[in-house]
Design a protein around this ligand. Sequence first.
Ligand SMILES: *[C@@H]1O[C@H](CO)[C@@H](O)[C@H](O)[C@H]1NC(C)=O
Ligand SMILES: *[C@@H]1O[C@H](CO)[C@@H](O)[C@H](O)[C@H]1NC(C)=O
Length: 318
Amino acid sequence: MRRPWHLLLGVAFGLASAFSCFLAGIYFQHSHATRQLQQLIQQDVYAYYISPKIFAVFSFFSVANETSNNMQRIMKYGFPGLDDVRLYSDFVLSYDRRNRVAHWVCEHLQLANLQGARGVGRAGATYRPDLSVPSNFRSTLADYKHSGFDRGHLAAAGNHREQQVHCNETFLLTNIAPQVGQGFNSGAWNKLEIYVRELTQNFGSVYVCTGPLFKPRAQGNRKWSVEYQMIGSSMVAVPTHFFKVIMVESRLPLGKPYMEAYVLPNAPIPDQSTLRDFLCDIREIEHFAGLHFFQGIRRSAIFGSNYPSESQVFRDFA
Ligand SMILES: *[C@@H]1O[C@H](CO)[C@@H](O)[C@H](O)[C@H]1NC(C)=O
Ligand SMILES: *[C@@H]1O[C@H](CO)[C@@H](O)[C@H](O)[C@H]1NC(C)=O
């Protein structure tokens, strides 16, 4: 039987040249494509989910851009929600246009974020409206003035001391919410922020997600109502509560992360109460906020903590 060797050769040659064209195509197209991909990720957070795989392919030729790396680092365990997601230089935020406060703010804290450089700090920063929010949905300095409420940070200024621009961005009003000053912002909430920094000092890598809650009150007969104030002519909503969901990464390779959450009422909290009094089931926060935290990890892999007993953590830090 005669072999159609010329046919085989033709096919092989065709495949080889197609493959080399493909490689050349990747080589010449990659910078253009990565740029497009980065734009896509900024515009469409769904693209984030597939981006690591694609970047892994492109990284053969080029190093991925710092901005996209930041988003991937901070949001490594997933987005709690996808409403109006905004990437800042050291935190990621989802903005609630109706309430003029964030839905959530996510941070990834490492020692470098806290230690900071010389002269970097809140002294060099001022509160200012975020002009990237359309003006009819934006909160302003005038809204907070004489309102009786503090301009409370969601991502704490003290967590972002590596560069002045990081610290400055925590003063944008998108990262600010009306908080009771005495006994809350300068009391228990401040203690919680310090606790998060202590966790970072001790464990090196902490993910924290912070946001407001508008909790309903029972009216009887299985009915509920939500009551909250609004301030200023933009009507910035005053949250009834604030939450922090904290995930501590293990220092051990393949070690399980440890996760805990707090809900504090936006009200004066007596000095003698401890953080432990405000521990809260993460599912309860999810229920009231309509968010889902760290969905990149199975819950069963989180609640089994690294520590011999939960109380050990509280003994050390609370
Ligand atoms: C990284 O990508 C973003 C979005 O495409 C762009 O705005 C930024 O300038 C890029 N940064 C660098 C250092 O290339
Ligand atoms: C930080 O904000 C201050 C005051 O608004 C400003 O003078 C300074 O230039 C800003 N620094 C950076 C690095 O953005």
